[in-house]
Design a protein around this ligand. Sequence first.
Ligand code: PEP
Ligand code: MG
Length: 313
Amino acid sequence: AAAHAENRWHGTGTTADGHAVKLLANVGSATDAAKALEAGAQGSGLFRTEFCFLDATTEPSEAQQRESYAAVLRPFAGKPVVVRTLDAGADKPLPFLDISAEPNPALGVRGLRVAFDRPELLDRQLAAIVAAAGDTGAEVSVMAPMVATPAEAAWFAERARAAGADRVGVMVETPAAALCAEQLLAEVDFASIGTNDLAQYTCAADRMTGALAALNDPWQPALLRLIALLGEASGTLGKPVGVCGEAAADPLLAGVLVGLGVSSLSMTSAALPAVGAALAEHSLADWQRAAQQAVTAPGAAQARDRARAALDG
Ligand code: PEP
Ligand code: MG
């Protein structure tokens, strides 16, 4: 049945009643970019730039960065790509960054925080991204990872606009950012929810600890409630909010996220056909009903069951 449903997916995301949802791929290399387009992605909602520099022992020059980014952007000419600035820290070490060891890497100097005491590093990266966008004709946006406050979003947006970025966004990966959704979104053009990190910070459960997988389940109602805050702010301000964490790759949850007000879903390419097919099976109103059932459930398993029951009923 799943294979049959996937055959009905033709590359654009819509609910059964024609509500459009952008279906995008997460990429980190030119190979990923080719795979994404082959799978029918409408663009990329997350280009993890740190993947370009895993072996670099010194900071790549602006020209080298420009070339690395252009290789990934080129296949997406004419299509949207959201380029995420460096997401590294003691949790994701990069040899050239020499970040000191920390007792709690997940709660440490990571993501945008790395740039606070070395803003030139961010500025060089932003300049390289803007140049690579011009080289390739991809419709590039930039976004920052691990943002906690609207003030941080404003700080990033100012630097990104000064570098010439056309569209500027932030990731929502901390409960703090989600709780201030409207103020945060007011500073930027869009937001993208990183459910992998947002899940771990919402339930205070390390995403690297297998024993805590149930608390990191993206169906956790508390996580869904934070996503709902972003969906509401998106409606109020008329600015798009997407999801680029693993949650977007679960076909049933993808529909629930749309029901919460999310307008783009970015995932591993392999998940696109099943997500596209699932979305098309129900109307936006059905997905909204399923979402309302899920957010009020007492746990992740019940949220999933209730969403399914709301759609079957
Ligand atoms: C996330 O946290 O959901 C995310 C997309 O970023 P990463 O998985 O790279 O931390
Ligand atoms: Mg993250």
